[in-house]
Design a protein around this ligand. Structure first.
Ligand SMILES: Cc1ncc(COP(=O)(O)O)c(C=O)c1O
Length: 412
């Protein structure tokens, strides 16, 4: 209705939350496409190809079929009976740890692999931190018969040695990156450099909801399956209700974005993203541009990117995807952080009380649940859904070393 006397103009309908950001790839003041001129055509080509594929029922059907028969979807939602009893809060887990290759990363790479094939590219490149995205990309490359190169910070190749070997077994070449902090941020830089030089035959299979448009939108859409499945599974379990709180860990933010996409517009569930305390862009960061996107980043006064520092390689990133910055800015999601010690505690607690060893990344979301249970953020009697983004096999050696160092330190 127009007010009397006010100009009679149409009010544009509010854009749906977590919908299509349009050709500019903007989420409020965040997102965009900040790339060298040589990459602009590649980003435009990718956006056009994804729009076309995503609107094509045969592409969607093929993707769904592979995610089912090869990827293990749908993953279940598990009720944590003992932990719920201990916390006084009903805890449900969305089990991405049970997906093929051990994490949610497979959802994104199968989609991008299919898209690369449709675009006539025969080489996949990727960056990886914890190695899970690298393993998933190597897996998709093997499945589709493509060449594969994975960039990984030198520090991460050491702490995730087993995943390096896994990628090699799958036929990928792993290139250690020795610049900067020798972690995820530097691996993204190298992958972007490779892409500039090889864009004719190569698809850059970016692993999270970050980077230049269309990646944050495309990767969120490819991960949306997590949230869509979880919402329906929760409604079945909870007699048609939605969980009061939905929690996911956030590095770049893809498992959180995929999860939130199922709930943001359709439910009143509170959404909580949990970053590593040493990489908590949304707690200590400020707006800036990195890796082709405008988002919230950890920077010093001169705008230099600060080093992230976390035991979990997958969350060791000084920024976060631009849509999360927007969800935080408009208050639809809130972002917390968890420290290394409480994460190791949460890792062991889930193992002992539920028989599930989580990835260190996912243990950040659990650590927040343990801390928040019984407080106004997660009141006694409420229901919380946690996306368990991955399994902890890759982290068992690292946690063993941490626990051994702690016990030998306390004996001294
Ligand atoms: C198991 C697991 N969870 C979460 C993440 C963080 O990525 P994202 O924030 O994109 O979900 C990673 C990254 O490697 C991971 O391996």
């Amino acid at each position: 209705m127009t007010q009397r006397g006010a100009p009679d103009r149409e009010v544009p309908p509010a854009a749906p939350l977590m919908g299509d950001p349009g050709p500019t790839g903007r989420f409020g003041e965040f997102g965009g496409r900040f790339v060298p001129e040589s990459l602009v055509p590649a980003c435009l080509e990718l956006e056009a190809a994804f729009r076309d594929a995503w609107g094509d029922p045969s592409f969607r059907a093929e993707l769904d079929g592979i995610l089912h028969s090869f990827g293990g979807r749908p993953t279940p939602v598990t009720e944590c009976v003992r932990l719920s009893g201990e916390l006084g809060v009903r805890v449900l887990l969305k089990r991405e740890d049970l997906a093929h290759t051990g994490s949610h990363k497979i959802n994104n790479v199968v989609g991008q692999g299919l898209l690369a094939r449709r675009m006539g590219k025969h080489r996949l490149i990727a960056e990886t931190g914890a190695g899970q995205h690298g393993v998933a990309t190597a897996t998709a490359a093997a499945l589709f018969g493509m060449d594969c190169v994975v960039y990984m910070g030198e520090v991460d190749t050491r702490r995730q040695e087993l995943n390096v070997f896994r990628m090699e077994l799958l036929g990928a070449e792993v290139r250690p990156v020795s610049s900067g902090s020798r972690t995820l941020k530097d691996a993204v830089n190298e992958a972007l450099r490779d892409w500039v030089a090889s864009v004719g035959d190569t698809h850059y299979c970016l692993g999270s909801v970050m980077g230049p448009h269309p990646y944050p939108w495309m990767v969120r859409e490819l991960q949306r399956v997590v949230g869509d499945e979880a919402r329906e599974q929760c409604r079945t379990l909870l007699g048609g209700r939605d969980p009061d709180v939905v929690v996911a860990c956030a590095g770049g933010g893809s498992n959180a974005a995929g999860t939130f996409a199922g709930f943001a517009d359709r439910t009143a569930s509170a959404l909580v993203g949990v970053e590593a305390a040493g990489g908590a862009a949304l707690t200590v960061g400020v707006p800036g541009v990195l890796h082709g996107m405008r988002s919230i980043l950890m920077q010093d006064e001169e705008g230099q990117i600060l080093e992230a520092e976390s035991i979990s390689a997958g969350l060791d990133y000084p920024g976060i995807g631009p849509e999360h910055a927007h969800l935080a800015a408009i208050g639809r999601a809130r972002y917390e952080s968890a420290g290394d010690e409480e994460v190791v505690e949460a890792f062991g607690r889930l193992a002992r009380s539920e028989g599930i060893i989580p990835a260190l990344e996912s243990a950040h979301a659990l650590a927040w649940v343990l801390r928040a249970a019984g407080t106004p953020a997660l009141p006694t009697g409420s229901t919380v859904l946690v996306t368990l983004s991955g399994r902890g096999d890759k982290d068992v050696g690292q946690v063993r070393d941490i626990l051994r160092a702690t016990t030998s330190g306390s004996r001294r």
